[in-house]
Design a protein around this ligand. Structure first.
Ligand code: ADP
Length: 240
């Protein structure tokens, strides 16, 4: 109903370059560009920050777009793959429990992943804003996340689904595997992860579509083009 009021161009979204905020008894406080933008977005959305999920198969650009969207909206990028890899590197009990599943391209056990995500979100300064990347990725996880989110008034405003054809996915991941040290980025494992995604994560599209928060984006083209497509849709949201 209000969406037309929020449909602005990216340029209009930029805060004034030299804004400052006079505080009582002090001279003006200078804000960094990031702080100005966060303040601007908070005012625009009545004190709320974006809470979103990036939903896409391996190689679709979740990590890249997640970081860019989080920076644009001044929120945290929380990638469960990164959180798990960090646990593995630090040889924590969580890492030790997850490493075998990850190397095979299987999903790590739900309670481990849920605990990592909840810990990260609970540590955010209110009003918590985030781009989740990689969680939820099963219906069971989505139901748990919804129950937790409802209890803490932190459910998603938007779920961004990136659509990329399968042949491009395999190509992108195998290429990434050549330059990164991710042991799970091989042709064999990526196919397994893509099929697992189709089986366990694609049903989430309908789950979020029926809640009216699904945003479907064409994930092909340059990184910048995809970011602009996402941004145009997110800019049109009325965060509640
Ligand atoms: P990709 O989406 O490219 O497979 P991620 O970095 O998101 O890569 O995940 C890497 C691995 O971490 C997955 O293959 C899986 O083993 C584990 N993982 C990440 N998120 C989850 C999750 N929500 N539930 C279970 N396992 C997960």
């Amino acid at each position: 109903m209000f969406s037309h009021e929020f449909r602005t161009t990216s340029q209009e979204l930029l805060p004034p370059e030299h804004s400052s905020w006079p505080a009582q008894g002090q001279g003006p406080i200078e804000f960094t560009k990031g702080e100005r933008r966060t303040r601007f977005l908070l005012e625009r959305h009545n004190g709320r920050m974006l809470r979103s999920l990036l939903l896409a198969p391996p190689g679709a650009g979740k990590g890249t777009q997640g970081a860019r969207i989080a920076a644009i909206y001044g929120v945290s990028h929380i990638a469960t793959g990164d959180l798990l890899r960090e646990q593995v590197e630090r040889c924590t009990p969580t890492g030790e429990a997850a490493v075998g599943y990850m190397a095979r391209g299987d999903l790590a056990p739900d309670p481990l992943v849920m605990a990592l995500v909840v810990e990260r979100i609970a540590a955010l300064e209110p009003p918590a804003g985030f781009v989740l990347d990689g969680f939820p990725r099963t219906i069971a996880q989505a139901e748990q996340a919804y129950a937790w989110g409802s209890e803490h008034d932190l459910t998603f405003h938007a779920v961004i689904a990136l659509d990329v054809p399968e042949d491009q996915l395999v190509q992108r991941v195998v290429l990434r595997g050549e330059t990164s040290c991710r042991g799970d980025d091989t042709a064999e494992t990526v196919l397994r992860r893509i099929h697992l995604y189709a089986e366990t994560s694609e049903p989430l599209l309908e789950f979020y579509r029926s809640r009216g928060i699904l945003i479907e984006i064409d994930g092909t083209g340059t990184v910048e083009e995809v970011t602009e497509r996402i941004r145009a849709r997110l800019d049109a949201l009325d965060l509640r």
